[in-house]
Design a protein around this ligand. Sequence first.
Ligand code: SF4
Length: 387
Amino acid sequence: MFNRQFKFIVAGIYIHIPFCRQKCHYCNFFSLASQKNLSTFTDALLLEMAARKDYLSGETVKTIYLGGGTPSLLPVEDLKRIAEKIHQLFNVEENAEVTLEANPDDISPDYLQQLKATFVNRLSIGIQSFFADDLHYLNRVHDENQAQRAVKEAQDAGFEKLTIDLIYGIPTLTDEKWEKNLNYFFETGIQHLSAYALTVEPRTALAHLIGKGKLTAVDEFQSARQFEMLIQRMENEGFVHYEISNFAHPGHYSKHNSIYWLGGHYLGLGPSAHSYNGLSRQWNVSNLAQYIRQAGVEGSVDEIEILTKAQHYNEYVMTSLRTSWGCDLEHIENVFGKIMKAHCFNEASKFIAMQQLRTEGSRLFLTNKGKLYADGIAASLFFEENL
Ligand code: SF4
Protein backbone atom coordinates (compact mmCIF):
# COMPACT_ATOMS: atom_id res chain seq x y z
CA MET A 1 0.00 0.00 0.00
CA PHE A 2 1.18 3.49 -0.78
CA ASN A 3 -0.39 5.61 1.90
CA ARG A 4 0.58 9.17 1.55
CA GLN A 5 0.81 12.18 3.71
CA PHE A 6 -1.43 11.18 6.58
CA LYS A 7 0.53 9.79 9.51
CA PHE A 8 -2.55 7.73 10.35
CA ILE A 9 -5.01 6.44 7.86
CA VAL A 10 -7.95 8.80 7.47
CA ALA A 11 -11.16 7.55 5.96
CA GLY A 12 -14.32 9.12 4.57
CA ILE A 13 -17.60 8.10 2.99
CA TYR A 14 -18.99 9.65 -0.19
CA ILE A 15 -22.66 9.21 -1.12
CA HIS A 16 -23.82 10.03 -4.63
CA ILE A 17 -27.40 11.28 -4.94
CA PRO A 18 -28.09 11.12 -8.69
CA PHE A 19 -31.19 13.32 -9.04
CA CYS A 20 -31.53 16.88 -10.37
CA ARG A 21 -34.43 19.17 -11.24
CA GLN A 22 -32.96 19.79 -14.69
CA LYS A 23 -29.65 19.17 -16.36
CA CYS A 24 -27.16 22.06 -16.39
CA HIS A 25 -25.68 22.53 -19.87
CA TYR A 26 -22.08 21.86 -18.76
CA CYS A 27 -22.79 18.88 -16.52
CA ASN A 28 -20.99 15.59 -17.10
CA PHE A 29 -21.69 14.06 -13.68
CA PHE A 30 -23.93 11.05 -13.47
CA SER A 31 -27.30 12.62 -12.66
CA LEU A 32 -30.83 12.33 -14.00
CA ALA A 33 -33.23 15.21 -14.56
CA SER A 34 -35.97 13.35 -12.73
CA GLN A 35 -36.94 12.42 -9.21
CA LYS A 36 -38.50 9.10 -10.14
CA ASN A 37 -37.25 6.23 -7.96
CA LEU A 38 -36.03 8.57 -5.21
CA SER A 39 -37.38 6.49 -2.34
CA THR A 40 -36.39 3.16 -3.98
CA PHE A 41 -32.94 4.66 -4.39
CA THR A 42 -32.59 5.27 -0.65
CA ASP A 43 -33.62 1.65 0.05
CA ALA A 44 -30.96 0.46 -2.41
CA LEU A 45 -28.35 2.75 -0.88
CA LEU A 46 -28.92 1.29 2.59
CA LEU A 47 -28.54 -2.22 1.15
CA GLU A 48 -25.29 -1.28 -0.58
CA MET A 49 -24.01 0.24 2.67
CA ALA A 50 -24.63 -3.01 4.54
CA ALA A 51 -23.00 -5.11 1.81
CA ARG A 52 -19.86 -2.95 1.80
CA LYS A 53 -19.52 -2.23 5.51
CA ASP A 54 -16.09 -3.90 5.70
CA TYR A 55 -14.49 -1.97 2.82
CA LEU A 56 -12.81 0.49 5.20
CA SER A 57 -11.67 -2.34 7.53
CA GLY A 58 -13.05 -0.60 10.61
CA GLU A 59 -11.03 2.61 10.04
CA THR A 60 -12.49 5.64 11.77
CA VAL A 61 -14.75 7.60 9.43
CA LYS A 62 -13.87 11.27 9.84
CA THR A 63 -15.93 12.72 7.03
CA ILE A 64 -19.16 12.01 5.18
CA TYR A 65 -20.00 13.84 1.97
CA LEU A 66 -23.37 13.82 0.21
CA GLY A 67 -22.73 14.93 -3.36
CA GLY A 68 -24.47 14.62 -6.66
CA GLY A 69 -26.62 15.24 -8.44
CA THR A 70 -28.58 17.35 -6.00
CA PRO A 71 -28.56 15.92 -2.47
CA SER A 72 -30.86 18.72 -1.28
CA LEU A 73 -33.65 16.97 -3.24
CA LEU A 74 -33.48 14.06 -0.82
CA PRO A 75 -36.30 14.15 1.76
CA VAL A 76 -34.96 14.91 5.24
CA GLU A 77 -36.51 11.65 6.48
CA ASP A 78 -34.29 9.75 4.00
CA LEU A 79 -31.25 11.66 5.26
CA LYS A 80 -32.08 10.53 8.78
CA ARG A 81 -32.35 6.89 7.63
CA ILE A 82 -28.95 7.21 5.94
CA ALA A 83 -27.39 8.74 9.08
CA GLU A 84 -28.78 6.03 11.31
CA LYS A 85 -27.49 3.23 9.07
CA ILE A 86 -24.03 4.77 8.72
CA HIS A 87 -23.70 5.04 12.49
CA GLN A 88 -24.85 1.44 12.88
CA LEU A 89 -22.40 0.04 10.35
CA PHE A 90 -19.30 2.23 10.54
CA ASN A 91 -17.00 3.58 13.16
CA VAL A 92 -17.89 7.28 12.76
CA GLU A 93 -15.89 9.88 14.68
CA GLU A 94 -18.01 11.89 17.08
CA ASN A 95 -17.36 15.25 15.42
CA ALA A 96 -17.19 13.96 11.87
CA GLU A 97 -17.50 16.59 9.14
CA VAL A 98 -20.78 15.88 7.30
CA THR A 99 -21.24 17.95 4.14
CA LEU A 100 -24.34 18.19 2.00
CA GLU A 101 -24.34 19.80 -1.44
CA ALA A 102 -27.40 22.01 -1.77
CA ASN A 103 -28.78 24.03 -4.64
CA PRO A 104 -30.13 27.54 -3.90
CA ASP A 105 -33.61 26.69 -5.22
CA ASP A 106 -34.02 24.00 -2.53
CA ILE A 107 -32.98 26.24 0.34
CA SER A 108 -35.63 27.79 2.56
CA PRO A 109 -35.71 28.61 6.30
CA ASP A 110 -38.01 25.64 6.87
CA TYR A 111 -35.75 23.19 4.99
CA LEU A 112 -32.65 24.49 6.79
CA GLN A 113 -34.31 24.10 10.15
CA GLN A 114 -35.12 20.47 9.34
CA LEU A 115 -31.58 19.93 8.07
CA LYS A 116 -30.14 21.25 11.32
CA ALA A 117 -31.83 18.35 13.10
CA THR A 118 -29.90 15.79 10.99
CA PHE A 119 -26.21 14.83 11.05
CA VAL A 120 -25.35 17.45 8.36
CA ASN A 121 -23.02 20.14 9.78
CA ARG A 122 -21.52 21.66 6.62
CA LEU A 123 -23.27 23.01 3.52
CA SER A 124 -21.80 23.38 0.07
CA ILE A 125 -24.05 25.68 -1.96
CA GLY A 126 -23.92 25.56 -5.77
CA ILE A 127 -24.16 29.29 -6.48
CA GLN A 128 -21.99 29.39 -9.67
CA SER A 129 -22.76 33.10 -10.28
CA PHE A 130 -24.80 35.89 -8.73
CA PHE A 131 -25.86 37.11 -12.21
CA ALA A 132 -28.95 36.06 -14.17
CA ASP A 133 -27.37 35.85 -17.64
CA ASP A 134 -24.55 33.56 -16.42
CA LEU A 135 -27.05 31.26 -14.69
CA HIS A 136 -29.12 31.26 -17.86
CA TYR A 137 -26.09 30.36 -20.03
CA LEU A 138 -25.31 27.46 -17.66
CA ASN A 139 -29.00 26.40 -17.55
CA ARG A 140 -29.09 26.46 -13.77
CA VAL A 141 -32.54 26.17 -12.16
CA HIS A 142 -32.03 28.97 -9.66
CA ASP A 143 -31.97 32.71 -10.29
CA GLU A 144 -29.74 35.48 -8.93
CA ASN A 145 -32.15 36.34 -6.09
CA GLN A 146 -32.24 32.75 -4.88
CA ALA A 147 -28.42 32.70 -5.03
CA GLN A 148 -28.13 35.69 -2.70
CA ARG A 149 -30.96 34.59 -0.42
CA ALA A 150 -29.67 31.01 -0.02
CA VAL A 151 -26.37 32.13 1.51
CA LYS A 152 -28.04 34.52 3.93
CA GLU A 153 -30.63 31.96 5.00
CA ALA A 154 -27.99 29.28 5.58
CA GLN A 155 -26.07 31.71 7.79
CA ASP A 156 -29.21 32.77 9.64
CA ALA A 157 -30.04 29.10 10.26
CA GLY A 158 -26.72 28.78 12.07
CA PHE A 159 -24.68 26.78 9.54
CA GLU A 160 -21.20 27.95 10.44
CA LYS A 161 -19.35 25.64 8.07
CA LEU A 162 -20.28 26.91 4.65
CA THR A 163 -18.72 26.85 1.24
CA ILE A 164 -20.00 28.00 -2.14
CA ASP A 165 -19.10 27.07 -5.71
CA LEU A 166 -18.46 29.72 -8.35
CA ILE A 167 -17.65 29.24 -12.04
CA TYR A 168 -15.45 31.55 -14.11
CA GLY A 169 -14.78 31.60 -17.85
CA ILE A 170 -18.52 31.76 -18.68
CA PRO A 171 -18.74 33.76 -21.96
CA THR A 172 -21.36 36.08 -20.40
CA LEU A 173 -19.15 36.73 -17.36
CA THR A 174 -17.12 39.87 -18.00
CA ASP A 175 -14.08 40.58 -15.83
CA GLU A 176 -16.10 43.28 -14.06
CA LYS A 177 -18.84 40.79 -13.22
CA TRP A 178 -16.27 38.26 -12.03
CA GLU A 179 -14.88 40.92 -9.69
CA LYS A 180 -18.42 41.53 -8.43
CA ASN A 181 -19.04 37.81 -7.85
CA LEU A 182 -15.88 37.69 -5.76
CA ASN A 183 -16.95 40.86 -3.90
CA TYR A 184 -20.32 39.26 -3.07
CA PHE A 185 -18.45 36.22 -1.80
CA PHE A 186 -16.18 38.31 0.44
CA GLU A 187 -19.19 40.25 1.76
CA THR A 188 -20.79 36.99 2.96
CA GLY A 189 -17.82 36.30 5.26
CA ILE A 190 -17.81 32.62 4.19
CA GLN A 191 -14.45 31.02 4.86
CA HIS A 192 -14.24 28.54 1.97
CA LEU A 193 -14.65 28.88 -1.80
CA SER A 194 -14.48 26.36 -4.63
CA ALA A 195 -14.00 28.06 -8.01
CA TYR A 196 -13.93 26.15 -11.27
CA ALA A 197 -13.18 27.07 -14.85
CA LEU A 198 -16.07 26.35 -17.18
CA THR A 199 -15.00 23.41 -19.33
CA VAL A 200 -16.79 22.01 -22.34
CA GLU A 201 -16.92 18.27 -21.84
CA PRO A 202 -17.76 15.98 -24.76
CA ARG A 203 -21.36 14.78 -25.03
CA THR A 204 -22.75 17.60 -22.86
CA ALA A 205 -25.53 19.96 -23.93
CA LEU A 206 -22.94 22.75 -23.81
CA ALA A 207 -20.71 21.01 -26.38
CA HIS A 208 -23.75 20.40 -28.57
CA LEU A 209 -25.11 23.95 -28.35
CA ILE A 210 -21.71 25.54 -28.99
CA GLY A 211 -21.21 23.15 -31.92
CA LYS A 212 -24.56 24.27 -33.41
CA GLY A 213 -23.65 27.93 -32.90
CA LYS A 214 -26.50 28.43 -30.40
CA LEU A 215 -24.21 29.37 -27.51
CA THR A 216 -21.00 31.42 -27.52
CA ALA A 217 -17.86 29.30 -27.28
CA VAL A 218 -15.71 29.34 -24.15
CA ASP A 219 -12.56 31.47 -24.47
CA GLU A 220 -9.52 29.93 -22.77
CA PHE A 221 -7.78 33.32 -22.51
CA GLN A 222 -10.74 34.72 -20.57
CA SER A 223 -10.62 31.65 -18.27
CA ALA A 224 -6.88 32.04 -17.68
CA ARG A 225 -7.25 35.77 -17.01
CA GLN A 226 -10.11 35.25 -14.57
CA PHE A 227 -8.18 32.46 -12.83
CA GLU A 228 -5.29 34.89 -12.30
CA MET A 229 -7.71 37.53 -10.98
CA LEU A 230 -9.15 34.92 -8.63
CA ILE A 231 -5.74 33.89 -7.23
CA GLN A 232 -4.78 37.52 -6.66
CA ARG A 233 -8.04 38.54 -4.98
CA MET A 234 -8.12 35.48 -2.73
CA GLU A 235 -4.50 36.03 -1.68
CA ASN A 236 -5.26 39.67 -0.88
CA GLU A 237 -8.13 38.57 1.36
CA GLY A 238 -5.94 36.14 3.29
CA PHE A 239 -7.28 32.90 1.81
CA VAL A 240 -4.93 29.94 1.32
CA HIS A 241 -5.00 28.46 -2.18
CA TYR A 242 -4.81 24.96 -0.77
CA GLU A 243 -5.92 23.11 -3.89
CA ILE A 244 -6.05 24.32 -7.46
CA SER A 245 -9.84 24.99 -7.29
CA ASN A 246 -10.15 25.56 -3.54
CA PHE A 247 -9.44 28.43 -1.18
CA ALA A 248 -9.99 28.66 2.56
CA HIS A 249 -8.97 30.55 5.62
CA PRO A 250 -6.69 28.43 7.83
CA GLY A 251 -8.70 25.89 9.80
CA HIS A 252 -11.55 25.85 7.26
CA TYR A 253 -10.21 23.42 4.64
CA SER A 254 -12.61 20.74 3.41
CA LYS A 255 -11.61 17.71 5.45
CA HIS A 256 -13.41 15.36 3.08
CA ASN A 257 -11.79 16.58 -0.12
CA SER A 258 -8.42 16.67 1.64
CA ILE A 259 -8.80 12.90 2.04
CA TYR A 260 -8.84 12.58 -1.77
CA TRP A 261 -5.91 14.92 -2.22
CA LEU A 262 -3.74 13.43 0.49
CA GLY A 263 -4.25 9.78 -0.41
CA GLY A 264 -6.67 8.81 2.37
CA HIS A 265 -9.22 6.04 1.99
CA TYR A 266 -12.85 6.48 1.04
CA LEU A 267 -15.90 4.39 0.38
CA GLY A 268 -18.14 5.68 -2.41
CA LEU A 269 -21.80 4.65 -2.28
CA GLY A 270 -24.47 5.19 -4.92
CA PRO A 271 -24.36 4.96 -8.70
CA SER A 272 -21.07 6.08 -10.33
CA ALA A 273 -19.37 6.56 -6.94
CA HIS A 274 -15.65 5.74 -6.68
CA SER A 275 -13.91 4.05 -3.76
CA TYR A 276 -10.26 3.71 -2.79
CA ASN A 277 -8.74 1.72 0.07
CA GLY A 278 -5.02 2.20 -0.57
CA LEU A 279 -4.79 -0.81 -2.82
CA SER A 280 -7.56 -0.76 -5.38
CA ARG A 281 -9.91 1.72 -6.94
CA GLN A 282 -13.52 0.76 -7.57
CA TRP A 283 -16.35 2.28 -9.60
CA ASN A 284 -20.05 1.72 -9.13
CA VAL A 285 -22.21 1.34 -12.20
CA SER A 286 -23.42 4.65 -13.75
CA ASN A 287 -26.97 3.47 -14.29
CA LEU A 288 -29.72 3.99 -11.73
CA ALA A 289 -31.95 1.05 -12.68
CA GLN A 290 -28.99 -1.34 -12.69
CA TYR A 291 -27.70 0.09 -9.42
CA ILE A 292 -31.07 -0.42 -7.73
CA ARG A 293 -31.21 -4.02 -9.05
CA GLN A 294 -27.66 -4.82 -7.90
CA ALA A 295 -27.59 -2.99 -4.59
CA GLY A 296 -27.04 -5.17 -1.59
CA VAL A 297 -25.34 -7.87 -3.59
CA GLU A 298 -21.82 -8.21 -2.27
CA GLY A 299 -19.26 -7.36 -4.93
CA SER A 300 -21.79 -5.57 -7.10
CA VAL A 301 -19.34 -2.77 -7.86
CA ASP A 302 -18.93 -2.32 -11.55
CA GLU A 303 -15.15 -2.31 -11.95
CA ILE A 304 -12.12 -2.84 -9.78
CA GLU A 305 -8.63 -1.74 -10.67
CA ILE A 306 -5.60 -2.83 -8.67
CA LEU A 307 -3.16 0.04 -9.03
CA THR A 308 0.39 -0.62 -10.16
CA LYS A 309 3.33 1.15 -8.55
CA ALA A 310 3.56 3.54 -11.53
CA GLN A 311 -0.17 4.33 -11.28
CA HIS A 312 0.18 5.06 -7.56
CA TYR A 313 3.15 7.32 -8.32
CA ASN A 314 1.26 9.12 -11.13
CA GLU A 315 -1.75 9.69 -8.89
CA TYR A 316 0.48 11.02 -6.14
CA VAL A 317 2.15 13.47 -8.54
CA MET A 318 -1.16 14.59 -10.10
CA THR A 319 -2.98 15.25 -6.83
CA SER A 320 -0.12 16.47 -4.65
CA LEU A 321 1.11 19.05 -7.17
CA ARG A 322 -2.36 20.62 -7.20
CA THR A 323 -2.20 21.23 -3.44
CA SER A 324 -0.42 23.65 -1.14
CA TRP A 325 1.32 20.65 0.49
CA GLY A 326 3.25 20.10 -2.75
CA CYS A 327 4.87 17.01 -4.21
CA ASP A 328 7.52 15.60 -1.88
CA LEU A 329 10.58 14.08 -3.59
CA GLU A 330 11.71 12.51 -0.33
CA HIS A 331 8.34 10.80 -0.02
CA ILE A 332 8.67 9.58 -3.62
CA GLU A 333 12.11 8.09 -2.85
CA ASN A 334 10.87 6.41 0.35
CA VAL A 335 7.73 4.96 -1.17
CA PHE A 336 8.51 4.47 -4.86
CA GLY A 337 12.31 4.29 -4.94
CA LYS A 338 15.30 6.23 -6.24
CA ILE A 339 14.55 5.72 -9.95
CA MET A 340 11.12 7.37 -9.75
CA LYS A 341 12.49 10.19 -7.62
CA ALA A 342 15.26 10.86 -10.18
CA HIS A 343 12.72 10.69 -13.01
CA CYS A 344 10.46 13.18 -11.23
CA PHE A 345 13.23 15.64 -10.50
CA ASN A 346 14.71 15.44 -14.03
CA GLU A 347 11.33 16.06 -15.64
CA ALA A 348 10.59 18.88 -13.17
CA SER A 349 13.85 20.71 -13.95
CA LYS A 350 12.63 22.37 -17.15
CA PHE A 351 9.52 23.68 -15.37
CA ILE A 352 11.69 24.99 -12.53
CA ALA A 353 13.78 26.82 -15.15
CA MET A 354 10.57 28.29 -16.66
CA GLN A 355 9.44 29.36 -13.15
CA GLN A 356 6.34 27.20 -13.37
CA LEU A 357 7.57 25.00 -10.52
CA ARG A 358 9.58 25.96 -7.47
CA THR A 359 11.28 23.88 -4.79
CA GLU A 360 11.22 24.32 -1.05
CA GLY A 361 13.20 21.71 0.89
CA SER A 362 12.38 18.39 -0.72
CA ARG A 363 9.06 19.57 -2.11
CA LEU A 364 7.94 20.79 -5.53
CA PHE A 365 5.21 23.42 -5.79
CA LEU A 366 3.40 25.01 -8.72
CA THR A 367 4.06 28.74 -8.95
CA ASN A 368 1.07 30.98 -9.72
CA LYS A 369 2.23 30.93 -13.35
CA GLY A 370 2.50 27.13 -13.25
CA LYS A 371 -1.03 26.79 -11.84
CA LEU A 372 -2.35 27.74 -15.28
CA TYR A 373 -0.74 24.59 -16.71
CA ALA A 374 -1.17 22.27 -13.71
CA ASP A 375 -2.47 19.21 -15.57
CA GLY A 376 0.13 19.42 -18.36
CA ILE A 377 3.02 19.82 -15.91
CA ALA A 378 1.85 16.88 -13.79
CA ALA A 379 1.45 14.70 -16.89
CA SER A 380 5.06 15.51 -17.90
CA LEU A 381 6.27 14.08 -14.58
CA PHE A 382 4.31 10.82 -15.00
CA PHE A 383 6.14 7.52 -15.08
CA GLU A 384 5.24 5.07 -17.83
CA GLU A 385 5.17 1.40 -16.90
CA ASN A 386 7.74 0.50 -19.54
CA LEU A 387 10.25 3.27 -18.81
S1 SF4 B 1 -27.01 20.51 -10.39
FE1 SF4 B 1 -24.93 19.65 -10.52
S2 SF4 B 1 -25.21 17.48 -10.93
FE2 SF4 B 1 -27.19 18.47 -11.33
S3 SF4 B 1 -27.15 18.88 -13.53
FE3 SF4 B 1 -26.38 20.73 -12.52
S4 SF4 B 1 -24.12 20.45 -12.46
FE4 SF4 B 1 -25.06 18.44 -12.91
